[in-house]
Design a protein. Structure first.
Length: 76
């Protein structure tokens, strides 16, 4: 298993989103706060493929899970 630590810009690139620091800050600012009852992958701004990627990474506790958790915290 690859236990690499991934960073936000890598996750954003995986999601097909602009991955520069300013783009990431703008994205988080535009989409926060998520309501407390909404899971990260259930937010209405994800495409179905993006939502599935986020859900699977957390479900499998994959090497991306830590940065997905960080994104979840940033958006809530």
């Amino acid at each position: 298993m690859d236990c690499s630590f991934h960073q936000f810009h890598e996750l954003f690139a995986q999601l097909g989103l602009p991955a520069e620091e300013a783009d990431i800050r703008s994205f988080i600012h535009a989409h926060r706060p998520l309501p407390s009852g909404v899971a990260l992958n259930e937010a209405d701004f994800w495409t179905p493929a993006q939502a599935q990627l986020l859900k699977e990474q957390l479900k499998q506790d994959a090497d991306w899970a830590e940065v997905v958790d960080q994104l979840n915290l940033a958006l809530h």
